[in-house]
Write a protein that binds this ligand. Structure first.
Ligand code: FDA
Length: 391
């Protein structure tokens, strides 16, 4: 059996659902999962951090940092907030411009399903694509059901490789390559970093300790929380720098961000001179971390015994603690995939392929990766809208 459509979208996630709402009646939206938008449902601890008030092109990584500008400017965070408001979904700002649903991420999935239905799209779940051909101006898809589906427009919206347990695949990369596209190196991003050997043994007792820091790596720095884990380092600050980190690099941690560490230590020496450094540091840092650093930086004597030079060394250690991770937790826990279909052969306005007219690539599958904080969903909405309205 063959069905003809004006457009076929593969992947009913964030970008595919948004695209389906605008691609025109009769659009076929296919997903191999049993339900659409699963990553939306689990995102933001079940409340979906659906966009960011301060979203701009500077919040994204790509081989071409200009590529995301057009779509982000034409369908903005304000456009998505307007959509959310029209569906009467209550939301709040948590911090740093991050917007979350008051109730449930499921509301965002329902909203997008409604919008796609209203746009006349037909959703088919539990269906995968065995083969894609292009002849006589039509994409010809052989589906896992044995059916054939054809359309002059085909949208790749199958996302990246993160969380394979949820059905993530490299499908978009394979199809893009089939049509002559280059795929940049891909790696797990927004992911906890791991330690091994002596550094892991030294820091393992700190598992569970969390504090605000500035974490920096390869020119990028983030003022957010750090969390020590049984395997290494996590928390928003580390997830953010993980997108910039490469094997062998150290992550620099400022444990007293925005404070003059030497002045703070001098004040401690004056006020708590009879305390051990481990005890005194607890006024500045969580207790277990203070004990660990006090014992390793100044194992003997009290605060009053520390010379100016010793205080300076301690201040340097607190404001520029270098830790070299051995790896990351990988795609198993990474929120996103860094890299993807290279932007050089995509039209920034429409997401259409320059190699194969009628082929579009949107969302995480493209080499555009956002920071933590609602930016990746905004890219999915903006790129999905850009393709949908261009088709
Ligand atoms: P997405 O992954 O959403 O959708 C791809 C769809 O394609 C899926 O439905 C999948 O089943 C389907 N598919 C895959 N391969 C297929 C194949 N071969 N055949 C058919 N279908 C196939 N971002 C953010 O901005 N705020 C947040 O709060 C979070 N939180 C968050 C938490 C967790 C745990 C994760 C893993 C990720 C996030 N993210 C996030 C990132 C965000 O979820 C992600 O960037 C977007 O979902 C990407 O949207 P896409 O539509 O491109 O892919």
């Amino acid at each position: 059996m063959t069905s003809d459509h004006p457009c076929i979208i593969i992947g009913a996630g964030a970008a595919g659902l948004m695209c389906a709402a605008h691609a025109g009646p009769g659009t076929l939206l296919i997903d191999h999962a049993a339900v659409p938008g699963e990553k939306i449902r689990i995102s933001g601890g079940g409340r979906c951090n659906f966009t960011n008030l301060y979203c701009g092109p500077e919040n994204f990584l790509s081989d071409n940092p200009h590529f995301a500008k057009s779509a982000l400017a034409r369908f903005t965070q304000w456009d998505f907030i307007d959509l959310v408001d029209r569906h009467a979904i209550a939301w709040h700002e948590k911090s740093l411009g991050q917007l979350f649903c008051d109730d449930s991420a499921r509301q965002i999935v329902s909203m997008l399903r409604d919008e796609a239905r209203r746009g006349g799209a037909v959703l088919r779940l539990g269906v995968s694509v065995a083969e894609i051909d292009h002849r006589d101006g039509q994409f010809v898809l052989t589906l896992s059901t044995g059916e054939t589906a054809t359309a002059p427009a085909l949208v790749l919206a199958t996302g990246g490789k993160s969380i394979p347990k949820m059905g993530a695949t490299d499908f978009a990369y394979r199809v893009a390559r089939q049509f002559g596209h280059r795929v940049t190196d891909t790696r797990p991003a927004l992911v906890p970093l791991t330690l091994s050997g002596a550094p892991l043994e030294a820091l393992k007792p700190l598992a569970g300790v969390s504090l605000p820091v500035r974490a920096a790596c390869n020119g990028a720095g983030f003022d957010e929380a750090l969390l020590f884990t049984h395997r290494g380092l996590s928390g928003p600050a580390v997830l953010q720098v993980s997108s910039y980190w490469r094997e062998g690099d150290a992550v620099a941690l400022d444990l007293l961000p925005g404070r003059d560490a030497l002045a703070a230590l001098r004040a401690l020496r004056a006020e708590a001179g009879r305390k051990s450094p481990a005890n005194a540091l607890a006024a500045l840092l969580p207790g277990r971390l203070a004990a660990h650093l006090g014992a390793s930086l100044a194992p003997r004597g009290n605060m009053a015994d520390l010379s100016d030079a010793a205080l300076r060394d301690m201040a340097a250690a607190l404001s520029d603690w270098r830790i070299t991770p051995s790896g990351s937790e990988g795609y198993r826990t990474a929120e996103v995939t860094l890299g993807g279909v290279a932007t050089d052969a995509l039209d920034a306005r429409s997401m259409e392929s320059r190699n194969q007219p009628g082929l579009y690539v949107i969302g995480e599958a493209v080499d555009v990766t956002g920071w933590l904080g609602g930016y990746n969903f905004q890219w999915a909405w903006s790129s999905g809208w850009a393709a949908g309205t261009a088709i």
